[in-house]
Ligand binder design. Structure first.
Ligand SMILES: [Zn+2]
Length: 231
């Protein structure tokens, strides 16, 4: 096999290696990107914290109602016990009992509003828990798929690298250097000649160049500089 053809084989392998490396980089990035899952978790945790705070507020409001109810009961008891005879004292106690009633009503309204908010937040926590669980299951599934894909690409890559070494071993080092130099600026360094035309730049090659290629010489296109070979 001529050197140009061997270089072309090397190029084919290199193109596959590059494509596998791009795939590997893409998979690595996808594996690292768990933003959607973390966002869902963050939202759930925030809502759970809010629920905890609301429940604390609810307990404290209920405690206040208990206190005021006890005071109200004690006031009523004194009021109707008959122990207090002094009208001024009675009227002051009555006023106090009225104040307790009003206060209790206010506290009950406040507690109801908190309970309402607790219920809404419980629903929201349930919904967000469902969303997070779905995201997590999907992510675990995706993670497994991507890891399996990564293993496949890595094993293919290692095969390609061995193949590259074997191909390169049969090519003179200076030809490989030229090939590598050409590939720095172009995707392809070695191109096929078809019907007398360079496939790299589409120019018609002079007959003398074609004859040299046919004779097995390593010829570069006089227009684009690529190494030419006949299929
Ligand atoms: Zn050319």
């Amino acid at each position: 096999m001529g050197i140009a053809k061997q270089l072309h084989q090397l190029q084919e392998t290199d193109l596959e290696i590059e494509s596998s490396e791009r795939a590997l980089a893409r998979i690595t990035a996808q594996l690292a990107d768990d933003k959607a899952l973390r966002d869902a978790q963050g939202k759930l945790e925030m809502e759970q914290k809010r629920l905890e705070e609301l429940r604390k507020k609810q307990r404290s409001a209920e405690g206040e109602i208990e206190d005021i109810s006890a005071k109200l009961a004690a006031g009523n008891e004194s009021l109707f016990s008959g122990r207090i005879r002094n009208p001024k004292e009675l009227s002051s106690l009555q006023q106090e009992v009225e104040t307790f009633k009003v206060r209790r009503g206010q506290l009950e309204d406040k507690a109801l509003a908190i309970i309402d908010e607790v219920e809404q937040t419980e629903l929201s926590v349930t919904r967000l828990t469902g969303e997070f669980t779905t995201f997590r299951t999907e992510w675990q599934h995706r993670h497994e798929e991507l890891s399996a894909e990564m293993e496949k690409v890595k094993s293919a890559l290692s095969g390609l690298q061995s193949q590259r070494e074997a191909t390169a071993a049969g090519i003179p080092p200076q030809a490989i250097s030229l090939y590598q130099e050409l590939r720095k600026g172009k995707v392809t360094a070695v191109v096929r000649v078809e019907q007398g035309i360079c496939r790299g730049c589409r120019i018609s090659l002079p007959v003398t160049e074609l004859q040299r290629i046919k004779s097995g010489d390593m010829v570069r296109c006089s227009s684009c500089g690529r190494i030419l070979f006949l299929a």
